[in-house]
Design a protein around this ligand. Structure first.
Ligand SMILES: Nc1ncnc2c1ncn2[C@@H]1O[C@H](COP(=O)(O)OP(=O)(O)OP(=O)(O)O)[C@@H](O)[C@H]1O
Ligand SMILES: [Mg+2]
Length: 447
């Protein structure tokens, strides 16, 4: 709903306007410059009706300060004060009307101002659409059809009210995408607030999220705003929603459905306007089965689902990303190094690639980044990955033998030499492993 602030010190006029305009708009009123200033800095308004002659302040000051925020100011001036009226337009007022005024004229002026505001917003959204991938610090261009579709959907839904769920492995850029959606939406100049569900202890979750009133519990010496209020008119990003404590999920569900909440210790419901984006690298469907995630919440938050493919499934983007990360350091990469990087599995996705490249940039003395530095890091993480499963000694033996077998094309002499044991030992080991591991079944030896 359109929200409107009336700044008028004449009580009769203020009450009359509030009454009339409340039929159509969400109306708030201030009787002094100071009150208006406070309300303008705390809330968002589409339209401000501003009496330029206020008891404590020159209305032009308010105009100068706030008219750049996309708020449309309609200035009310005294009869015959055409000079002030013109000055106010110069300072960014949308239009002015003179007292005593005709209510129909005011109504038309408000409607015209709203129309212009909508057009400006559409225009901005369109411009952003054209500038697509350009968000500072990130590269949101892709050669991958699946990811392209994700980005296109993201652009289409940036201004849709329904919540968005972003899925994908760790490091694929879920938060990057959430920030991008915020940036291209009409909420871009409002806050983007992250709720890190892994970092907030269960017993503090509710008060962090919804805030608390003074005296709500021992130590609550002052009212505290929750993250949902801080995010008002902007975007609220629930990172790793799968880790949200079960006890908080019911409260979140109510909030997602109604945008209403209550501060801890508070008696009345408050309402905010936020866009909700959630992200997870967990399998929420599994969590539901295990009784750790509410099914009703799941259906609420996944109206629009965006799944970012892992980097190994969009290898064609690796050269683009590498070039992007190199640019900052004015370094280059040789083709063969790039090919090596494209062949790697990138379990840590874009985050890992970024780290590898940045490290190589810092450690390479040449203009070309050092291949060995890139690959060394890569190998370490490969081993780390293998070890993550905590293999048994036998499994390790099997993995290494299978690796050597492939590496030396089944040449048993070379395998034995590398292992530092006899050919017979290799033979025996492979034979016994072959019986238990189907992928070694077809091993035959050459010399
Ligand atoms: N498209 C991109 N362009 C530039 N950098 C990116 C891009 N995507 C991800 N990154 C970088 O990779 C890192 C991880 O990104 P992000 O935090 O968004 O991932 P995530 O999917 O939220 O990971 P996690 O599941 O671990 O929270 C960040 O440092 C970010 O700068
Ligand atoms: Mg993240």
């Amino acid at each position: 709903m359109v929200s409107l602030l009336i700044v008028e010190d004449d009580k009769n006029l203020r009450v009359l306007l509030t009454k009339k305009l409340s039929e159509t708009y969400n109306v708030d009123a201030a009787e002094s410059g100071e009150e208006a200033e406070r309300k303008l800095s705390e809330n968002y308004y589409d339209i401000v009706l501003l009496d330029i002659k206020l008891p404590d302040m020159d209305g032009l000051e308010l105009l100068k300060k706030y008219s750049l925020n996309g708020i449309k100011f309609i200035v009310i001036t005294g009869y015959g004060d055409i000079r002030t009226a013109i000055t106010s337009v110069k300072y960014g007022a949308y239009d002015f009307i003179q007292k005593p005024f005709n209510f129909d004229l005011l109504d038309v002026t408000i409607k015209k101002a709203l129309k212009e505001k909508n057009l400006e917003e559409e225009n901005r959204a369109l411009k952003n659409f054209l500038f697509k991938g350009k968000i500072e610090g990130y590269l949101l261009e892709t050669r991958n059809p699946k990811f392209r579709e994700v980005l296109e959907t993201a652009r289409m839904v940036a201004d849709v009210e329904a919540p968005i769920l972003i899925r994908g492995e760790t490091g694929v850029g879920k938060e990057v995408l959430a920030r991008y959606i915020h940036k291209i939406s009409s909420r871009r100049d409002k806050p983007f607030v992250v709720v890190d569900c892994t970092a907030i202890p269960e017993h503090l979750f509710e008060s962090e999220l919804f805030g608390y009133e003074k005296g709500a519990f021992t130590g609550a010496n002052q009212r505290k705003l929750g993250l949902v209020e801080i995010a008002n008119n902007g975007t609220l990003f629930f990172d790793e929603i799968g880790d949200m404590p079960f006890s908080v999920q019911a409260k979140l569900l109510r909030f997602v459905e109604t945008k209403k909440f209550r501060r801890v210790g508070g008696l009345k419901d408050l309402e905010v306007d936020v866009k909700i984006i959630c992200a997870t690298n967990k399998n929420l469907e599994e969590l539901i089965k295990e009784g750790k995630f509410r099914e009703d919440l799941y259906y609420r938050i996944n109206t629009i689902e965006l799944e970012i493919p892992p980097l190994r499934e969009r290898k064609e983007d690796i050269p683009l990303l590498v070039e992007f990360f190199l640019k900052k350091y004015r370094k280059k990469i040789k083709n063969e190094t790039l090919i090596e990087l494209m062949n790697y599995s990138w379990e840590g996705n874009v985050r890992e690639l970024k780290n590898v490249i940045e490290r190589a940039c810092l450690l390479s003395t040449d203009i070309y980044i050092d291949e060995a530095i890139c690959l060394k890091r890569k190998n370490i993480s490969c081993i780390e990955k293998m070890m993550e499963k905590l293999p048994t000694l036998e499994e390790l033996e099997k993995m290494y033998l299978a690796f050597l077998y492939k590496r030396f094309n089944g040449n048993i002499d070379k395998i034995a030499e590398t292992l530092g044991c006899s050919r017979r030992t290799v033979f025996r080991k492979l034979k016994s492993l072959r019986e238990r591991y189907s992928d070694l079944k077809d091993t035959t030896f050459t010399r």
